[in-house]
Design a protein around this ligand. Structure first.
Ligand code: F6P
Length: 342
């Protein structure tokens, strides 16, 4: 059998570990071959490929990023390119395609699957917002990085009796903010799932200083928004992929807090540092297991599926179900933070 692999969307620690796992499993367990397509779907549309073999993936387990390169491709381009992608797969005699990606990549994978292309999806995203799987690799690494950074911000904030706002990634879902906030003892966490009221945030800040606290740490998801009528964020419009362009919610909230409370506020935007570098051991293991089970599924003919972590087991879930909705933070998980924030 020949397996095609590509990595799409934003990169994420653990992508290389999946590629290595697919290649090792395909070659050693099945005597199969693997071909990689470069820069996500673009590699399939433009027929840019590279042969993969065990020596080629040596050392990839610990390396961040993706050796295949990644890119975002507009949905219309994919829609119009189905026949072209099918031809390229046929040219390379690919029997099953294993796309590794987040919401956008997996939605395209489901579309190809509907068009009759055998596909087994592997979910990745630091945002942890893919439905059907308890976790995606990259998330644990991002949370670990954010937690370490917030730990460091605590000490400088308390030295200067400041309010420190830390903006973390999380376009539609606040998983990174929730976990990094809990892990680092943040005083408040703002997520996209629950619009915030600026007056309430000001009250919390003022109360904490009145109580004699030395500092306040607020973790803010980049996708957090104020309640209507509470404060207006600058509008950045939409990018070419239909994503809302962020305009820096933490900085804008920080300016407003300083103005209203008179406290000294500083803002740190963690940005792409959360996606860079080597994956944690947890993410290396999860990525390796995803690659292994995706390759088994491909050989056993379980296509149109996505590998998923459910409890401690790796299962298969229909791709179409996995992309039907995003996995956002449920209200009960937010309620759990009540005793530790405020
Ligand atoms: O989806 C993963 C993610 O890291 C989001 O958290 C973030 O909003 C986005 O990608 C950033 O994308 P880009 O790398 O294109 O700036």
């Amino acid at each position: 059998m020949r397996i095609g692999v590509l990595t799409g969307g934003g990169d994420c620690p653990g992508l290389n570990a999946v590629i290595r796992s697919v290649v090792r499993t395909a070659e050693l367990s099945y005597g199969s071959e693997v071909v990689g397509f470069r820069n996500g779907w673009r590699g399939l549309l433009e027929n840019e490929s590279t042969p993969l073999s065990i020596p080629r993936v040596d050392g990839l387990l610990t390396r961040g990023g993706t050796t295949l390169g990644s890119a975002r491709v507009a949905p219309e381009q994919l829609n119009d390119g189905i026949d072209r992608m099918r031809d390229v797969l046929a040219t390379h005699a690919v029997d099953v395609l294993v796309p590794i990606g987040g919401e956008g990549t997996l939605t395209a994978a489901a579309m190809l699957s509907r068009a009759g292309v055998p596909v087994v999806g592997v979910p990745k995203t630091i945002d942890n917002d893919i439905d059907g799987t308890d976790l995606t690799f990259g998330f644990d690494t991002a949370v670990s990085i954010a937690t370490e950074m917030i730990d460091r911000l605590h000490t400088t904030a308390e030295s200067h009796q400041r309010v420190l706002l830390v903006e973390v990634m999380g376009r539609h879902a606040g998983w990174i903010a929730l976990h990094a906030g809990l892990a680092s003892g943040a005083h408040l966490t703002l997520v996209p799932e629950e619009p915030f009221d600026v007056t309430e945030v000001c009250k919390l800040v003022t109360n904490r200083f009145d109580r004699g606290d030395s500092h306040v740490i607020v973790v803010v998801s980049e996708g957090a928004t104020p309640k209507p009528g509470s404060m207006r964020l600058r509008d950045g419009g939409l990018d070419e992929f239909g994503h809302r362009r962020f305009t820096g919610v933490a900085q804008q909230l920080g300016d407003e807090l300083e103005r209203r409370t008179g406290k000294e506020v500083r803002t740190t935007v963690l940005g792409h540092v959360q996606r860079g570098g080597t994956p944690t051991s947890f993410d290396r293991v999860l990525a390796t297991r995803f690659g292994l089970h995706a390759t088994i599924a491909a050989h056993e003919g379980h296509t149109g599926q996505m590998v998923a972590l459910q409890g401690t087991r790796i299962r298969l879930v229909p791709l179409a179900d996995a992309v039907a909705r995003l996995k956002t933070v449920p209200a009960e998980r937010l309620a759990e933070t009540a005793a530790f924030t405020g």
